[in-house]
Write a protein that binds this ligand. Structure first.
Ligand code: AMP
Length: 117
């Protein structure tokens, strides 16, 4: 799937749509999900234009993979989740129900999680 810069997360990266920012560096921007599925629900989006996890791992540099992964952990730390635990979800492709075609990790926590996202 070709990357399409019309998606909502590309608009957030360009500053065209606001977000409740948690953390930002050269590799990623994280913010609160607008429709939380857990007591704490954040999204970590890549600065690079990748449609999903497949695209990211296949086409990013090692530097980007390391930087993005650290930004996910940094976000969990800022949210105070590293002691109590959290879940990272990458919805990828049609069967996952992925809605926004820009790489993003969901970070869920702040309570005992059920099995559904
Ligand atoms: P996915 O189904 O994995 O593509 O997840 C997309 C997520 O983006 C959903 O959990 C939405 O609630 C969330 N979302 C959509 N638009 C926004 C927005 N403007 N700000 C924050 N979260 C959003």
């Amino acid at each position: 799937m070709e990357y399409n810069a019309d998606n909502v997360f590309a608009k957030i990266l360009r500053g065209e749509i606001p977000c409740k920012r948690i953390y930002e560096d050269n590799y990623a921007l994280s913010f609160y999900d607008i429709s939380p599925k857990a007591k704490v629900h954040a999204l970590v989006i890549s600065k690079g234009m990748f449609t999903d996890y497949n695209d990211f791992v296949n086409h990013s540099t090692d530097d980007e993979i390391a930087g993005y992964s650290r930004a996910v952990l940094k976000t969990a730390e800022i949210l105070g989740l590293t002691q109590t635990g959290y879940r990272i979800v990458f919805n990828t492709g049609r069967d996952s129900g992925q809605e926004v075609p820009h790489l993003h990790a969901h970070i869920l926590g702040g309570e005992k999680l059920g099995i559904n996202l």
